[in-house]
Design a protein around this ligand. Structure first.
Ligand code: SF4
Ligand code: SF4
Ligand code: SF4
Length: 441
């Protein structure tokens, strides 16, 4: 039975239901779904999970999923970056189809079971403490950046031995001062001649935006204020995506409650909410409402949250944008998985097309990084391999500028390009930085 007549939908995640953690039921569900995938194989080139599954089945005695060991079932889960692409772009069997297949959320269920059994690794748990790490990292930025730079063989060797972080993997350096602390001096006054004058936007800085790289945040503040918006920037806490990757759904639910409570009065006062990072936008818009389906505040925040590129395109449609100088440049645009997973179309591409004479070209493939997944020793080579075609596609048109909406994908793609034998651009930043550049801001 191919495809479904209903629009794809996603079930709420029953993380408070004991039955969801039943290991016998989980194994039966893994085998049921893997068997459907074995017969389908559409996703063979999306990531490493599917090739691992199909190779295991092909090499099994009877070429059947029933032959696979529990370790082989788990190897598929371990290779999944939770990018959502199989659900979003390939699978004809997603709900409401009778097969009721949501592959990424099945991987998540396996991680939730492992997490409950205390099997989340020390490194996965510690790296997911984003707010604590960000505060410490910015306070001791000199020491932290010295210790984590790739050229520091001694400390990176130690990190590899103790935490399992591959010594070759780029680890983002910390800023000296978090972006939200710098903001009072940085936020421009709204341009009274801007077409959207009177509108208000609260930028949600993700951990990377707040602690590691303030460039996209600064660019967004300037572009919005230039177009007349009143701007503020908020970092109430981490959205919990790294804990989501660990299957720690209780923590994610609590983050959803706290952060939606933070934004509720702002929304009531007319502020739109714009996360800078695609993964954060995905959490606020889609994953939180599936984890906290009965929360009105979570639903309200989801409704008032816009991805940054989506928001600029929306402003352009509703009010028009302040005039933009011509920028005759070729721009390679990486359409990050968590932007694609928001089901809004390639908004960065649409936004950059608003720049006169700009020539943006889209690459719709995973970078291979997958949050913190790609920096671990057991995954780093795979993360480079998955990203190779993406890296090659981006450079195919000899672009003047390369951008990605995912702040972790950018530096990773530079490493991929080097591995491909190409000279990477000095920076792969966020598309909003190109808008600011086009405005001369
Ligand atoms: S969510 Fe992404 S990484 Fe995971 S199985 Fe699907 S395509 Fe592969
Ligand atoms: S996730 Fe869906 S499309 Fe992908 S291999 Fe499985 S059944 Fe096929
Ligand atoms: S998803 Fe966003 S807020 Fe969460 S860890 Fe990543 S950057 Fe930080």
């Amino acid at each position: 039975m191919e495809g479904s007549l209903g629009a794809p939908t996603r079930h709420t995640i029953p993380w408070q239901d004991e039955a969801w953690y039943d290991e016998t039921a989980l194994e039966a569900e893994l085998r049921r779904v893997y068997d459907i995938c074995h017969g389908c194989r559409r996703c063979f080139n999306l990531c490493d999970s599917f090739p691992i599954l199909f190779d295991a089945v092909d090499e099994s005695p009877n070429e059947e999923v029933a032959d696979l060991s529990q370790g082989q079932l788990k190897a598929v889960v371990d290779a999944c970056t939770l990018c959502d692409m199989c659900f979003m772009t390939k699978c004809p069997y997603v709900p409401p189809h009778a097969f009721d297949l949501d592959f990424p959320h099945l991987m998540l269920r396996h991680r939730a079971v492992e997490h409950r059994k205390g099997k989340t690794s020390l490194a996965d748990s510690q790296l997911a403490e984003m707010t604590r790490n960000g505060k410490l990292g910015t306070t001791f930025s000199g020491l932290a950046n010295w210790a984590t730079k790739e050229s520091n063989g001694f400390t990176r060797g130690l990190m590899e031995d103790v935490l399992g972080i591959d010594a070759r993997a780029h680890v983002p350096p910390f800023m000296d001062v978090p972006l939200t602390n710098q903001a009072p001096a940085l936020i421009p006054a709204p341009n009274p001649d801007g077409p959207a004058f009177g509108r208000k936007v609260a930028i949600y800085a993700g951990c990377h935006d707040n602690f590691n790289d303030g460039t996209p945040g600064e660019a967004a503040m300037k572009v919005f204020a230039h177009n007349g918006l009143q701007v503020r920037i908020e970092y109430p806490d981490c959205c919990g995506m790294p804990k989501f990757e660990n299957g720690d759904l209780g923590h994610v639910a609590s983050a959803a409650q706290r952060i939606s409570a933070h934004f509720a009065p702002l929304i009531a006062d007319g502020w739109d909410v714009v996360p800078l990072t695609t993964s954060c936008a995905l959490m606020l818009k889609f994953e939180w409402p599936l984890i906290e389906p009965d929360s009105e505040r979570v639903a309200l925040l989801s409704k008032h949250t816009f991805d940054v590129s989506e928001y600029v395109v929306r402003l352009a449609k509703e009010y028009g944008l302040a005039p933009i100088e011509a920028m005759p440049k070729a721009i390679a645009v990486h359409f990050a998985c968590h932007a694609r997973a928001q089901n809004m179309g390639p908004k960065a591409m649409e936004m950059l097309k608003l720049i006169p004479e700009a020539r943006p070209a889209l690459t719709e493939r995973c970078s291979g990084h997958g949050g913190k997944w790609g920096i671990f020793k057991e995954n780093f080579d795979r993360a480079i391999k998955v990203g190779k075609t993406t890296g090659r596609n981006l450079l195919k048109t000899e672009p003047d500028i390369v951008v990605s909406e995912c702040p972790l994908a950018g530096p990773h793609l530079r490493q991929v390009m080097e591995a491909n034998g190409n000279e990477p651009p000095a920076r792969i930043g966020h598309p909003i930085e190109v808008m600011a550049q086009a405005y001369g801001l």
